[in-house]
Design a protein around this ligand. Structure first.
Ligand code: APR
Length: 364
């Protein structure tokens, strides 16, 4: 919760404590007793105008609904709105989640609407999950034809009602959809963040923890590069277990297996599920939004616009960034070894080739 203004005013009231919550847009006014004037019956109240935080999730499918659920359950924002084109789906899923509020003990207000962008007005963060997921055997890149049009249209609608919003892009191919969001509307680079690296790093830590037989929270690891089966780069040389390099704990063969499992982590689940995964992608979107809204200054690998960093420009690709209330607050330049540098250049070339398709299909 961000307090943007505080003032003191006098009010006469009978009751000892008065709490008023008035919703006007996303500004809530809270009036609380400050002290009693001993000479009169008048009480002096402190009036705070509190800026409530608001997140919109576009797309109420598997990933969007999961993301909204995590945002609500973890109280990442005071208000969460979900939008979908399919009549009733957002409303239904939002109501279902809200009926867990008492059971799980959260206060976030979650609502859904069908294509009504006025409901998204004043959002601090908008998470874009609208688009088709992949089917078994498909690559993320193959989704570009359908998803580019959807992403461009929804970003345009969002900006009409939340011109200062920070975007978190999940729809695939994620690096290219992030680039499209940035370029199509001339947004500043700090406001457009692709969540792929957060998800891939979580999967990398999961596979490392399985190989080490330890808790995933005790493992440090990062995946940079493109968010594709062949473009992501799990950074084995920098991964540690409680400060110990994993290269000292696992054989080269085992580490190669971990890297391979991470890279095809999404595809493996798509094969099992018949559609792309949603729990980890949805949670990764909420994780990124939380780092922004709560001004956490966490270092999270995300797809961001590079301007010479890592030797690349005019591209959105996964690198570690510091996330805070302004969005991307810093790009962290890792000291990559020669092999990882070469992999990064190759990955960037591949992402750039996918970006070229945006021009071929006339969305950019
Ligand atoms: N506006 C709003 N919602 C839309 C639009 C649009 N223009 N077009 C499609 N949608 C909605 C669909 O109606 C659907 O409810 O997006 C939702 C997508 O949900 P799913 O089909 O369940 O797909 P999901 O698994 O959630 O994946 C969404 O995230 O991880 C990526 O690759 C994945 O690109 C895919 C995206």
């Amino acid at each position: 919760m961000l307090i943007i203004e505080t003032k003191v005013s006098s009010l006469s009231k009978d009751k000892e404590y008065i709490f008023l919550f008035m919703n006007s847009g996303n500004f809530w006014k809270k009036i609380i007793p400050l002290q009693r004037n001993p000479c009169t019956v008048e009480r002096i109240y402190e009036e705070e105008i509190i800026r409530m935080s608001k997140v919109t999730v576009i797309g109420a499918g598997n990933v969007g609904a999961t993301c909204a659920n995590v945002l609500a359950f973890k109280e990442v924002a005071d208000e969460v709105v979900v939008v979908d084109v399919k009549e009733g789906i957002s409303e239904g899923k939002a109501t279902d989640v809200m009926q867990t509020a008492q059971l799980l003990g959260f206060d976030t207000r979650l609502s859904g609407c069908t294509n009504d962008y006025t409901q998204t007005a004043g959002s601090d963060v908008v998470i874009i999950t609208s688009g088709v997921p992949r089917k078994p055997g498909m690559t993320r890149e193959e989704l570009i034809g359908v998803n580019a049009g959807i992403v461009k249209a929804v970003v345009g609608e969002v900006l009409k009602h939340s011109p200062e919003v920070i975007f978190v892009v999940i729809a695939n191919p994620m690096d290219t959809m992030t680039y499209l969001t940035l370029k199509a509307f001339g947004l500043s680079k700090g406001r457009v963040i692709g969540m792929g690296g957060a998800l891939d790093s979580s999967r990398f830590k999961y596979y490392l923890s399985m190989a080490l037989g330890c808790n995933a929270n005790d493992v440090e690891g990062m995946v940079i590069g493109g968010h594709g089966d062949t473009t992501m780069i799990p950074l084995v040389s920098l991964a540690t277990y409680k400060g110990i390099p994993v290269t000292k704990l696992l054989s080269k063969e085992k580490l190669d297996e971990v890297v391979q499992a991470t890279m095809v982590g999404g595809a493996t689940l798509t094969k099992m599920l018949g559609t792309s995964a949603w729990y980890a992608p949805g949670a990764a979107g909420a994780f990124v939004a939380e780092a922004i809204l709560h001004d956490q200054k966490k270092v999270i690998p995300c797809s961001v616009a590079l301007d010479g960093e890592y030797g690349e420009s005019d591209i959105c690709i996964g690198v570690p960034v510091v996330l805070g209330r302004k969005g991307i607050e810093k790009i962290v330049e890792l000291d990559l070894n020669t092999s990882d540098k070469a992999l990064f250049a190759k990955s960037a070339a591949s992402v750039r080739a996918t970006n070229e398709v945006l021009k071929e299909i006339n969305v950019l």
